[in-house]
Design a protein around this ligand. Sequence first.
Ligand SMILES: Nc1ncnc2c1ncn2[C@@H]1O[C@H](COP(=O)(O)OP(=O)(O)OP(=O)(O)O)[C@@H](O)[C@H]1O
Ligand SMILES: [Mg+2]
Length: 187
Amino acid sequence: MIITICNGKGGAGKTTLTVLLACAFMDAGRNVAVLDRDPQATASRWIRESTSIKLAQEGESYDILLIDTPPRLDSPLLVESLQESDKAILISSPSPADLWTSQDTAKIIKENLPNPEKVRLLFNQVQKNTLLGRELESMAEQIGVPRFENHLSRKQAYQHAALLGWKALNTETRQEVFKVALEIATL
Ligand SMILES: Nc1ncnc2c1ncn2[C@@H]1O[C@H](COP(=O)(O)OP(=O)(O)OP(=O)(O)O)[C@@H](O)[C@H]1O
Ligand SMILES: [Mg+2]
């Protein structure tokens, strides 16, 4: 199963999600690897420094391959990743400032994913009981992609995960990641 994680906007949480999903699937006993297609190579650096996650090797096969992509909608690497993928995750904050880029990203996903139904929106950095936190459904409608029921909250633990990997997360944050991983597995 090949999964592309994308958003044309920088800082949406693509690399954080890629690394944490790899941790969750590994924890569940799956043979998972990450393909870092972002020339900034953040995922590769985080993975080498603080985790035991595999980086994808040419010629190897895996149960699950997670592709981290660059924050650019005109990138051939993004298009290529989508064309090779079974599923795509559009990760976005629930902020109106991210709406346009997410709409544009949704368009590119639908044009390039072989099965355009296999895309879901994942809200990241959600703050419960705020106005934006209550607007998730209407934002998903405006973006035009069905959303996962679960989301990732804004938590400092997710920032620490870049340095410390899975061990930065407590039970609550691991549960959030597991719930998202389950939704992806069953999509
Ligand atoms: N749920 C969250 N709660 C708190 N901080 C978060 C969360 N998700 C991501 N971050 C932080 O936001 C910043 C951007 O995240 P990340 O690098 O994963 O985004 P990205 O989409 O890969 O960015 P780029 O487009 O530059 O590659 C990082 O500092 C990360 O720690
Ligand atoms: Mg990144």
